[in-house]
Design a protein around this ligand. Structure first.
Ligand code: SF4
Ligand code: SF4
Length: 83
């Protein structure tokens, strides 16, 4: 599975390195806006990586990145457009 970066919908988004993931679910459980779910698909190690199922709710807070033991996900804020 390739790294995924979602299209711009919310304030921020996440980058997921699915192959690093061990499917612990910390990111899903502790995301403050509950915008992640574990995928039904498996990575090469046989774990279910997270997917951003509600991208419009992601704030880019990076709580998922702080909690992930395997550095498999991080959140970021979209840059504001210059006027
Ligand atoms: S960056 Fe924050 S809001 Fe977005 S998925 Fe991670 S924990 Fe949830
Ligand atoms: S916290 Fe990290 S290792 Fe655990 S499910 Fe989320 S991305 Fe995978």
């Amino acid at each position: 599975m390739a790294d995924t970066e979602q299209k711009k919908k919310g304030l921020g988004s996440v980058v997921i390195n699915a192959e690093r993931c061990k499917g612990c679910g910390f990111c899903v459980e502790f995301c403050p806006t509950h915008c992640l779910e574990l995928s039904e698909q498996y990575n090469a190690k046989g774990y279910h990586p997270p997917v951003l199922t509600l991208p419009e709710k992601c704030t880019g807070c990076n709580m998922c990145g702080l909690l992930c033991p395997d550095f498999a996900i991080y959140g970021f804020l979209f840059k504001k457009k210059k006027k």
